[in-house]
Design a protein around this ligand. Structure first.
Ligand code: 13P
Length: 160
């Protein structure tokens, strides 16, 4: 039986660096029932792993809503940042690896900056992700307060 809900399902972004992927997969297994009720957006490789958990045969009732972007180092973090700018992300869970340098570290930094700028709730480790996902706000309608960019957009620029 499909569960009825009175809220709009959230767009939940899930991302993990290679050494953190197993941790994320374990976390997704714990929360798969809830995650199955939402739209999931992932960077490429993370998405293929998450898909195996959320859309396995035992999870036939789960929604098939999973978007896979490009792999992180190939632009996936930037694509996700663009999704945030377009208000297509409600929650970001990003298990990033603090012990390894990555060729796309600047992209990771940019993604996290955009998440802050657009006031997106995000978690970068497992306990924060537990706190975030257990919030009753995940399954209620919650309007993310947007920052007012009016002053910035109407700033005076001098031109010669
Ligand atoms: O590198 C990543 C995030 O910065 C994750 O990308 P993948 O999910 O494609 O491995």
């Amino acid at each position: 039986m499909t569960q009825s809900h009175t809220y709009t399902p959230k767009n939940i972004a899930l991302v993990a660096h290679d050494h953190k992927k197993q941790d994320l997969i374990n976390w997704v297994k714990i929360h798969r029932k809830l995650l199955g009720r939402h739209q999931i957006i992932c960077t490429g490789t993370t998405g293929s792993l998450v898909e195996q958990v959320l859309h396995s045969k035992q999870q036939e009732n789960s929604s098939k809503n999973l978007v896979k972007l490009k792999s992180g180092p190939l632009g996936g973090d930037q694509q996700l940042g663009a999704y945030i700018c377009e208000n297509k992300v409600d929650l970001l869970i990003f298990f990033w690896d603090p012990m390894e340098p990555h060729p796309h570290d600047v992209d990771v930094k940019a993604l996290l900056r955009i998440a802050v700028l657009y006031n997106i709730p995000f978690a970068c480790n497992e306990s924060s992700a537990d706190f975030l996902i257990s919030s009753p706000l995940v399954e209620s309608d919650y309007a993310i307060k947007q920052m007012d960019f009016t002053n910035y957009l109407s700033r005076q620029l001098t031109s010669e």
